[in-house]
Design a protein around this ligand. Structure first.
Ligand code: DLL
Length: 445
């Protein structure tokens, strides 16, 4: 049986870095998952908080868990569980056994703190190497890593994976965008890692500098950490002349490296030898059948320092186990459209910011930067969409352009928005995760 701390992988040009794992028949994958789930529950049983919850859910002993079907009997975890036990209360190991701590800031209150021991870091590097390889990165490639380094998992997570792959990693982090452009060109980067909004900001600054990154060595982009639309993918691909690959992850589960697209760009393969993926109804938490849209729930099968059981991600997606043309057998997550928390309900219509983004990207004379400002007018929510005109577009035509965009949003997304068209460069540019929504409803707005 494979161990969680597998030896450093070899590079293959076939399916995956571990073809025997990534194209494993699904029955064998299920057997491996069952065994790992049992081991996980045995480990959780050692933690009083988990044991009590497992007992409350009707589990008399870890051995009562016989198959993957029993998963549905087990309790969920949510973000506040980690916050309520800030900082290390849910860790399965004492702090002196850890090798690394990361945290995600969130918008309010205390950060969510996560920990890794050496074995966890080893698995993470391995999964990140698989993620990069799946996206098209290869040994020897120069990998320009513009994800933020620090408590955010993006920078260091990608870094370790690129090293494990045998690539040449350039640890740039976010910011100083003009310098990023020169480094991409001078070092001959073939792979770019960034949030999609920051990739767009890099493309824009390059164009302003008169540098055509389409002629650079860039061929593969690993973009993630925030929701983005298919329209935005095509925009970035055409402006940078690379294949833009979506990758998904979250600190509570590990960081980046949880799921990634292959060259088919048709759903993100979730690494099922280390995680269990479920989709549940966002309100009732009832398990949903494959193909139905709902909230993604993830269980870590091998994490040691901070194991997570049925973690409710609040991310909205759907799953498919249909065979992928790439030969990988692992389940695919069909594009994470956004978080439950980001979903706007405007006069009864549910809208994700990425749906507005898709309208803007296809619109002539508009630069695809945007911000949705929510205010309250009387008892009704009101949305103002701020966006930017393309350089060279006459300011006296901004108002008419705004009306046109408003009509398109109404006819395609179904909500009424006021559109304010701003001059080029007026909206703030992201250096990491873009802020798409400013909610002023609680501030008398
Ligand atoms: O964003 C980890 C990461 C880093 C993923 C680099 C990919 C690349 P957190 O800061 O904890 O971790 O934020 C996790 O970001 O629950 C989703 O809501 C969102 N998210 C991450 N990737 C995607 C994606 C990192 N590809 C939260 N599409 C998650 C849509 C994404 N949303």
């Amino acid at each position: 049986m494979m161990t969680a701390t597998a030896a450093a992988p070899r590079t293959h040009d076939g399916v995956g870095l571990h073809p025997e794992v990534e194209s494993m028949p699904r029955e064998r994958l299920a057997a491996l998952q069952t065994q790992r789930l049992r081991e996980l529950v045995e480990r959780l049983w050692q933690q009083p908080w988990h044991r009590q919850r497992l007992q409350q859910a009707g589990l008399g002993a870890p051995q009562d868990l016989r198959s993957l079907a029993d998963l549905h009997r087990l309790p969920f975890m949510v973000k506040t569980d980690l916050r309520d036990h800030y900082p290390f209360g849910l860790f399965a190991q004492p702090v002196d056994q850890l090798a690394r701590i990361h945290a995600s800031s969130g918008t309010t209150g205390k950060p969510t703190v996560v920990g890794y021991n050496t074995a966890d870091l080893n698995v993470w590097a391995d999964l990140m190497a698989r993620t990069l390889h799946c996206a098209g990165a290869r040994r020897g490639d120069v990998v320009h890593n513009a994800y933020g380094y620090g408590l955010f998992t993006g920078g260091l997570g990608m870094h370790a994976g690129a090293e494990r792959l045998g690539a040449v990693v350039v640890p740039v982090s976010g910011g100083s965008t003009e310098r990023q452009v020169s480094l991409i060109v001078d070092f001959g980067a073939r792979v770019l890692c960034a949030t999609p909004s920051y990739a767009l900001a890099i493309a824009e600054v390059a164009e302003q500098q008169g540098v055509d990154l389409r002629n650079s060595a860039l061929r593969v982009g690993l973009f993630g950490a925030e929701p983005w639309s298919e329209a935005m993918r095509r925009e970035i691909e055409s402006r940078l002349n690379l294949r833009a690959i979506d990758n998904y992850g979250l600190s509570e589960i590990m960081g980046p490296g949880v799921a990634v697209e292959c060259e088919q760009q048709d759903g993100l393969h979730g690494w099922e030898d280390h995680f269990l993926f479920e989709v549940v109804h966002p309100d009732t938490q009832a398990p949903l059948p494959e193909g139905e849209v709902g909230e993604l729930v993830i269980t870590t099968l091998t994490k040691q320092a901070l194991p997570m059981l049925r973690y409710r991600t609040r991310d909205i997606t759907r799953l498919t186990t249909a065979r992928c043309a790439c030969g990988r057998t692992h389940v695919r997550l069909l594009r994470v459209s956004g978080r439950n928390d980001d979903m706007l309900i405007v006069r009864g219509v549910n809208v994700f910011p990425t749906q507005i983004e898709a309208v803007l990207v296809g619109q002539p004379h508009v630069a695809p930067h945007y911000l949705l400002v929510l205010t309250r007018r009387g008892s009704l929510d009101h949305v103002t969409l701020e966006t930017e005109a393309e350089p060279g577009f006459a300011p006296e035509r901004y108002e008419a352009l705004g009306h046109e965009i408003g009509h398109r949003v109404k006819s395609t997304v179904g909500i009424t928005v006021d559109v304010v068209v701003r001059a080029p460069g007026e909206l703030p540019r992201s250096q990491g995760k873009a802020v798409r929504v400013r909610d002023l409803r609680g501030q008398g707005g």
